[in-house]
Design a protein around this ligand. Structure first.
Ligand code: PLP
Length: 372
């Protein structure tokens, strides 16, 4: 089996599974309990929070654990929307993950006015469009750091620079950026940032949201007042320990180097074939992460290719797993190219440090059979 759908989820590392099992077997206390077993759980929670905070240049009190990227995004948008009820305008992009887009749609129903920034053919928004969209009643901007289907990097630092002297806050969905781009929240300038554990070989169902000191947030979940009172519910200590373990095993520079090699191998091997293809989105190093390569296989329906690859033991995807089940042409590719055929003939191939050059060669050999 060759797993090349790492933007959908990643394989948990053996050490992550061990850390989780160990926590579940030996640390049964509730981290809010004050006796020994509780204190033991609290210690794991605190240590995990500290190492995850360091991983983005934040402090521990700026991290709220959640059930993953979807909750982090819902929480961030809900918080920012209701921080100042006199401001009813939101700016986002057309290529956001559904956990952002569907949330702003809900906010629209509640009276907010939303500007959806377009992207160009390279899959990137324009800073001029952001400037033009800003209004006196703009409350916040939410733009993803890295797109989950084409891997393009959005100009978050530049947006933050634009907002420096304005009372407009900035959220970024960094789910596909974390673990491949070095993130320093101070340099990036975002007020809130969402991360998910299962994209970096941690467990599914865990993540965090960074909340810059001083930003007032609104709970989505009310209850016992865990996580500084803004995210109630007993913390998932085992998963959080697994998440922190995954990050402790991450060697960013080595990972980047390996994944760039995987991407280069894919592109050079493809270029030697008869296959008629084109890469979707920017290939500029500063504009795209190497983990995701989206390819248009001209004239071959993605659904057909997906099945052939699956039967050959290779897992990739058409569009994103999050909207899976349906094989509708990718909304993101449609907004980039306004070309339904192209959108329905494109596949997303996404790497992790666990993939090998041999696997990429096998993929191309298999494509040579079915993509011509
Ligand atoms: C860009 C992006 N944001 C948010 C999410 C949702 O994260 P989770 O699956 O942890 O809810 C995903 C998952 O695919 C994603 O790719």
């Amino acid at each position: 089996m060759i797993y090349l759908d790492n933007a959908a989820t990643t394989i948990p590392l053996p050490d992550v599974i061990s850390a989780m099992t160990d926590t579940m077997m030996n640390v049964y206390g509730n981290p809010s309990s004050t006796y020994q077993a509780g204190r033991q759980a609290k210690k794991i929670l605190d240590e995990s929070r500290t190492s995850l905070a360091i991983s983005i240049g934040a402090t521990s009190d700026e991290l709220i654990f959640t059930s993953g990227g979807t909750e982090s995004n819902n929480f961030a948008l809900h918080s920012l929307a209701y921080r100042d009820v006199t401001k009813k305008h939101i700016i986002t992009s057309i290529i956001e993950h559904p956990s952002v887009l569907n949330t702003v749609e809900e906010l629209e129903k509640k009276g907010f006015d939303v500007t959806y920034l377009p992207v160009d053919k390279s899959g990137v928004i324009s800073i001029q469009d952001v400037k033009n969209a800003i209004r006196p009643d703009t409350s916040f901007i939410s733009v993803m750091y890295v797109n989950n289907e084409v891997g393009t990097v959005q100009p978050i630092e530049q947006i933050a620079e634009l907002l420096k002297d304005k009372d407009i806050l900035l959220h970024t969905d960094a789910v596909q950026a974390y673990g491949i781009l070095p993130i320093d929240v101070k340099k990036l300038g975002a007020d809130m940032l969402s991360v998910s554990s299962h994209k970096v070989h941690g467990p599914r169902g865990t993540g965090f949201v960074f909340v810059k000191k001083g930003v007032r947030v609104q709970p989505l979940l009310h209850g016992g007042g865990q996580e500084q009172g803004v995210r109630s519910g007993t913390e998932n200590v085992a998963s959080i320990a697994g998440f922190a373990k995954a990050i402790s095993q991450l060697h960013l520079t080595d990972k980047q180097k390996h994944i760039v090699q995987l991407q280069e191998t894919l592109l050079s091997e493809l270029s030697k074939t008869e296959i008629d293809y084109e890469v979707n989105g920017s290939m500029e190093e500063t504009r795209k992460v190497p983990t995701i390569v989206n390819v248009w296989f001209k004239g071959i329906p993605a659904s057909k290719l997906l099945i052939q690859l699956d039967l050959s033991g290779i897992m990739v995807s058409a569009g994103s797993a999050c909207s899976a089940g349906s094989l509708k042409p990718s909304r993101i590719l449609l907004s980039m190219f306004q070309d339904e055929k192209r959108a329905s003939e494109s596949l997303r191939i996404s790497f992790s440090e666990m993939n090998t050059l041999e696997e990429i060669k096998t993929l191309v050999e298999t494509l040579k059979k079915y993509a011509v």
